[in-house]
Write a protein that binds this ligand. Structure first.
Ligand SMILES: [Zn+2]
Length: 243
């Protein structure tokens, strides 16, 4: 499929929350983008997997991705097992992304940090000729990590001010994750702990976007890390003011 950019994360809505603005911005610049959810999020207390799949498709349309798929790893079982790695490597060979965005390698939820390792190893294995899987070998050129933590210093920040509204709409598309479903009393809805859900996460991510936007002199930004150094050719024409 030759995607330019593929974001891989553990659960549907992880990508929207962490790097949805960047995905849309790249699509607007003409790049072919995609999202691969490792699980269908079936362990979530809200919404059925079917509902979440519909929501994920709606969010994907808003972010204008050319591809959205699910690797169907069981939710809460994301780990770099041989089986999962080979499945992911097969998918990488199909999609052939140049750049991949993975979750940051440390997190509270095991699915999130395992998604980072599984993602890295799947990308690596996809390039090995002798691997017992279908498809032409392909290894992404660049791996970026998208972080959701204020205490992790990113290596660069993408200005998503112009995409911020659409990112919000893409997050809203996951309606089952925070709205009170019809026929469920307010009291019962509270009992399912629903307000700990996506709207709270979005608040945190919006604060983060504001904070990092501010640090690069714009309104909203999404933070990323890369393990390599950045190469710069023109130190006179560099953005972000020092003084
Ligand atoms: Zn998640």
């Amino acid at each position: 499929m030759n995607l330019d950019l593929l974001a891989i994360a553990a659960h549907p809505d992880d990508v929207e929350l962490t790097c949805g603005g960047t995905l849309l911005k790249m699509a607007q610049q003409g790049y072919r983008t995609g999202i691969l959810d490792l699980t269908a999020g079936e362990m979530g207390t809200r919404g059925t997997p079917e509902t979440r799949a519909k929501e994920a498709a709606a969010a994907a349309r808003i972010l204008r991705v050319k591809y959205r798929g699910c690797l169907e790893v069981p939710d809460s079982d994301v780990q770099p097992s041989r089986q999962h790695k080979l499945r992911l490597a097969t998918k990488i060979r199909e999609l052939r992304p140049k750049t991949v965005i993975l979750p940051y390698w440390e997190a509270r939820h095991p699915d999130h940090y395992h998604a980072s390792t599984l993602g890295y190893e799947g990308c690596f294995l996809a390039g090995l000729k002798a691997l017992p899987i279908d498809g032409e070998p392909h290894r992404p050129f660049k791996i970026l990590y998208s972080t959701a933590f204020a205490e992790v210093r990113p290596t660069f920040v993408v200005d998503i001010t112009a995409q911020y509204e659409a990112r919000h709409r893409a997050i809203l598309a996951f309606g089952s994750q925070f709205r009170r479903p019809k026929g469920v009393s307010r009291k019962k809805h509270h009992k399912t702990n629903v307000f700990l859900a996506i709207d709270k996460l979005e608040d945190q991510m919006n604060l983060l976007a504001r904070r990092y936007g501010d640090m690069i002199g714009v309104k909203y930004g999404e933070p990323f890390l890369q393990k390599e150094l950045m190469k710069v050719d023109d130190v006179v024409d560099m953005e972000v003011r020092s003084v």
